[in-house]
Design a protein. Sequence first.
Length: 73
Amino acid sequence: MAEEGFAEGTEGGDAKADIWSNWDQFSGGMEKFQQVSAELVSAAEVGTLEALRPAVGEMGKTCKGCHDNFRED
Ligand code: HEC
């Protein structure tokens, strides 16, 4: 779904033009994000804080990693 949001012709907003010139890196970030999301779902199914904590940390890093590279501000 997120990849569709950045399809050709959607340039603008706070998204850097680098997204489209570094598409492989950006879509790699999307894939990583999907993988981390799946891990977070599994951790939520375990239902303990110990299981959730590292998965939430990974998720946070994934958001920030992509925003640092591809989002203005
Ligand atoms: C693969 C790259 C990528 C990942 C991963 C990512 N984001 Fe973003 N995000 C962006 C980009 C690029 C924008 C700027 C889009 C725009 O304004 O056009 C953005 C914008 C946002 C905004 C502002 C939306 C708005 O309408 O102003 C929020 C909030 C946000 N992201 C939250 C998150 C959270 C929370 C996560 C992790 C759970 C996340 N993002 C993961 C790339 C990413």
